[in-house]
Design a protein around this ligand. Sequence first.
Ligand code: NAD
Ligand code: UFG
Length: 338
Amino acid sequence: MKKILVTGGTGYIGSHTVVEAQQAGYEVVIVDNLCNSQVGVIERIQQITGIRPAFEQVDCTDMAAMEEVFKKHPQIGAVIHFAAFKAVGESVQKPLQYYHNNLRSLWVLLTLLPKYEVGNLVFSSSCTVYGQPDHLPVTEQTPRKPAESPYGNTKQICEDIITDAVRAGIPVQGILLRYFNPIGSHPSAKIGELPIGTPQNLVPFVTQTAAGIRPQLRIFGNDYNTPDGSCIRDYINVVDLAKAHIVAVDRMLKKQCKKPVEVFNLGTGKGVSVLEIVRTFERATGVKLPYEIVERRAGDIEQIWADTTFANTELGWQAHETLEDTLSSAWKWQQTLQ
Ligand code: NAD
Ligand code: UFG
């Protein structure tokens, strides 16, 4: 069965994954309620791949509407579940919306998958589940820390719900993918990240500053215990990240999974500081980036990067794109938005 259902498929990571899935020969059905994306993305996907994915504008928390989707599109081999709210700060302000959206959408899926004989689920998790780890880099065995935000908590709870449901015997294979920091855009610059309002994440803020939309980048702290004092993250190219989902689906459909629920870190294995992002962006694009150092941002962890050995050896996947090319792709995308 080469048909997959992608929830949140018009969003940032979802749209890049739909492109890779179609290019790998999968037939794709997107379910998205467009709460954080635009319907025009469907057209953009078609421009890249030559294939228009099926699209259902449905809220994943709506059990009856989701049931209609499974009836209308039989023979789905796997679901990739991206649909969720994802803003850490907003989740602190609106915890009930976050718990409702992120938990109920998963609960609806886990209820319907056995009924419609869909045996495979890929779930979008996050390195936020590790908090500030005691040892770096983090492996999949690194213990999870108590969540720092309602958003992070939804990711931990969703991981647990899948694990408990599978342990209880629902006929579903699970793969939990813990993303590090996805950045960049498709090389065609036809799809990319569309932050609404002021960007909270580093790279969209960098590109908007370079474009003159923001007067300057604010770097949150240079007094951390890191080589240059700014925070360290593992920035992963979004197309590389998207490709990992296809490898995961292939693995499930070929029944190559070794455990009922598998967990993989998706990163590059390299820690990069905020100041290194600034310098690399300037080098890659030739654009000078005005910035100031301001106080630390509440809730930021000092440093984290992935041990990707398990994903490299077991999935046979690794990130290839350089940071320069990835930041260039983000800049190219930004320039299409003006
Ligand atoms: P995004 O907001 O661009 O995409 C999410 C999509 O889901 C949007 O198109 C939105 O309209 C849709 N959606 C949300 N709730 C829905 C619902 N109830 N029903 C139907 N559609 C719904 O976000 P993204 O960056 O592409 O993230 C995708 C997934 O990856 C999320 O689960 C997110 O938590 C996770 N993740 C993202 C990052 C990151 O930095 N971008 C890091 C780790 C994990
Ligand atoms: N930063 C700045 N200035 C900015 C924005 C960010 O200096 O304007 C710094 C932050 O302090 C941090 C680094 O850039 O040190 C990265 O910040 P992001 O907000 O881009 O990313 P986070 O690591 O804080 O969090 C992101 C997502 C989370 C997700 C996590 C792990 O926002 O949802 O990656 O995947 F959980």
